[in-house]
Every structure is written in structure tokens, then in C-alpha cells.
Design a protein around this ligand. Structure first.
Ligand code: FEC
Length: 304
């Protein structure tokens, strides 16, 4: 009989209706409610991308393909899928409780964010493990999966295909990832270095001699990791006809891509009179899902 293992897929989460905006934003702010005005600004950003973010549906699609790939390739393990969000129900804790109710005693957890970060990914695992401790449920983690060959293969191919679209133009390439507050960086988070190393690797594979790295989607309060994408866009635009954005920090289409890149960066490119191009996000791409599956398989499972 196959050994049953829980597969805990954790992702950011997104509001499902207008009434979710306040609790969602309050969760992002670690329990401190935003002002009505801040919520109104956020609402306008969601409206600009069509009202809701596709994030929840895409996360579900990614998770379902992941568990399918894992189960099709394993003779001795059967993974059972549970999805939990950081900022929206079902929360990470709900998913762990559901695993326990389903009789799961051992699970592998993966975050839909590929780079290890004390601030970002580690907090998902902490929450999962804290709830799992109640039940004596053992959770092993995929700490990071940005070095999986299929992860790099996806971005190299997608970037090359986008460069082919603008091959007649002088092009600037900007790799982007979510910014982090500076106080987190000062605590020693290695996230900026690993993201930059990944950008370097992809650029080298694609044969780029020049590219830039920028941090996007910084919050409205405090100091954030720089250079910001708008600043880099202004610099790069001085010497090119088109800019290709490569958001390697994210795994799918959501607010930060559809608004911060496709609306905000595009508007800046229009103002600076350069063409805007963005590499397609991985979403449920098979090669990309393979990267996650490979990372899950690398996690040792205790024999029964
Ligand atoms: O599509 C959607 O509905 C959700 C898209 C979304 C993703 C995402 C990923 C990350 N965030 C990270 C850090 C922060 C920090 C703050 C912050 C604020 C927001 C707000 C929204 C939002 N984030 Fe997010 N993030 C997404 C959405 N994020 C909405 C609130 C409005 C705003 O400030 O822009 C600032 C908190 C504060 O103000 O105190 C910090 C990191 C990631 C990537 C890793 C991960 O996915 O966990 C890091 C997707």
C-alpha cells in the first residue's frame, strides 16, 4: 500500500470580495488596520485589474498540477493536497487542521514563493509548524526551489521568447522581485543576494551582456530595498527603445504583476517613450510545476 503524505501548498492569498479588503489588509499589516483611505486606494488597484486578482484560482491550479505530477511519478507515496493562505481563508492553520482531521501524520510543505527569506517564506513554515505541533503532525519543508533546473529553464525560455519579439529594437532587460523593508535586510535576510544570483544565472544562460535588477511593489510605509523599479526604468530608458521586465520574484499573474508591472511600469514606459514588454508568468506551466515537484521529491520522507 502507498504511504499517505500530506502536501501543504502555502500561498499569499487574495480578497474574494470587497468586504474581504479590510481584514486582508489588516492581516498583511500584522493586525494593524489600515485607514479607510488606504483601503480605498487598494480597492482602486484591484478594480484596475478587473475587480479581483486571479491569484487564488492560479494557486489552486498550480497545487492541483503539482500533486498530480507527484502522484503519477511515485510508486510508494500518495500525496494528499491541502492549500493554505497567509492572509486569507483558508489560512495556513486551517489547512494544517484539515490535514490532521484527514488522518495525516506527516507532510511536506512548499510555499508558492521560490526564494528563501527569513521575512517571507520562513514565516509561512513557522505558522504551519506551530499549528502542526498541536497534533504531533510532522512537517518537512521545501526551504527554497529557485535552484531547480526546471525553474531556471522556464525563465530562460520565456525570456528568450520575449526577446525574440523585440529583436529589431535596442532592448534593456530588468529583472524584478518584491522589495523588502530595510529593517529586515539589516537583520541579515539573504533574499536580495539569492534573487540577484538567480537573475545573473538566467542572464548568463540567455547570453545577455547587460541587464538590471530592481525591486518592485514596495509598501507605502518605511524604507524599502532599492533600487526601485521606477528608478531603474528611468535610467534604462535613456539608452534603449524597449524594456523587457522579468519578474522572477513571483510565480503567477496577480495584483503585483497585473498592476505594478502591466499598469504602473507600462505607464512609465509610455511617458518615457519606450516600448513595454513583460515575460509571461509561469502560472501552471508544466516545466515550472516540474521544478516544484522535483523540490518536493528531494524532501526525505520517514519510512513507515
Ligand atoms: O493578487 C493579490 O491579490 C495579492 C498579490 C500579492 C502578492 C504579494 C507578495 C508579497 N508581498 C510581500 C511583502 C509585503 C509587505 C507589505 C505588503 C503589502 C501588500 C499589500 C497587498 C499585497 N502586498 Fe505583499 N503581495 C501581494 C499583495 N507585501 C495588496 C497591501 C498594499 C500595499 O502595501 O501595496 C507591506 C505591509 C505593510 O504595509 O506593513 C512587506 C512579499 C511577497 C512575496 C513573497 C510571498 O508571496 O509571500 C515579500 C503575491
Amino acid at each position: 500500500m502507498k504511504q499517505k503524505i500530506g502536501l501543504l501548498v502555502m500561498a499569499y492569498g487574495t480578497p474574494e470580495k470587497e468586504a474581504d479588503l479590510m481584514p486582508y489588509y489588516t492581516s498583511i499589516r500584522r493586525g494593524y488596520a489600515p485607514t479607510e483611505e488606504e483601503v480605498a486606494v487598494l480597492k482602486r488597484r484591484y478594480e484596475a485589474i478587473g475587480g479581483l486578482s486571479p491569484l487564488a484560482d492560479i494557486t489552486r491550479g498550480q497545487a492541483e498540477r503539482l500533486v498530480k505530477q507527484l502522484n503519477e511519478s511515485s510508486n510508494d507515496i500518495e500525496y494528499e493536497l491541502f492549500v493554505g493562505h497567509k492572509h486569507m481563508a483558508p489560512f495556513i492553520e486551517d489547512a494544517v487542521s484539515s490535514m490532521h482531521e484527514a488522518g495525516i501524520t506527516e507532510a511536506v510543505a512548499i510555499v508558492m514563493a521560490p526564494y528563501f527569506s527569513m521575512f517571507a517564506t520562513a514565516s509561512y513554515f513557522e505558522r504551519a509548524k506551530r499549528r502542526a505541533a498541536r497534533y504531533g503532525l510532522m512537517i518537512s519543508e521545501v526551504t527554497a526551489w529557485n535552484e531547480e533546473p526546471e525553474f531556471l529553464a522556464y525563465w530562460c525560455k520565456a525570456l528568450q521568447e520575449t526577446l525574440d519579439v523585440v529583436k529589431d529594437k535596442q532592448v534593456g532587460v530588468i529583472f524584478t522581485a518584491h522589495s523588502l523593508p530595510y529593517h529586515v535586510i539589516h537583520m541579515g535576510d539573504t533574499y536580495p543576494q539569492v534573487v540577484e544570483a538567480t537573475a545573473h544565472h538566467i542572464a548568463e544562460q540567455v547570453g545577455l551582456t547587460q541587464y538590471s535588477m530592481a525591486w518592485q511593489s514596495a509598501g507605502v510605509r518605511g524604507d524599502w530595498l532599492t533600487p526601485d523599479v521606477a528608478e531603474v526604468t528611468r535610467q534604462v530608458a535613456n539608452s534603449v527603445e524597449a524594456i523587457v521586465y522579468v519578474p522572477i520574484g513571483f510565480v503567477c499573474d496577480h495584483l503585483e504583476i497585473l498592476y505594478d508591472n502591466d499598469i504602473a511600469c507600462k505607464a512609465l514606459c509610455d511617458e518615457l517613450q519606450v516600448m513595454y514588454e513583460r515575460v509571461p508568468m509561469p502560472n501552471t506551466d508544466e516545466t515550472f510545476v516540474k521544478a516544484m515537484a522535483q523540490a518536493v521529491r528531494r524532501v526525505p520522507i520517514k519510512d513507515e
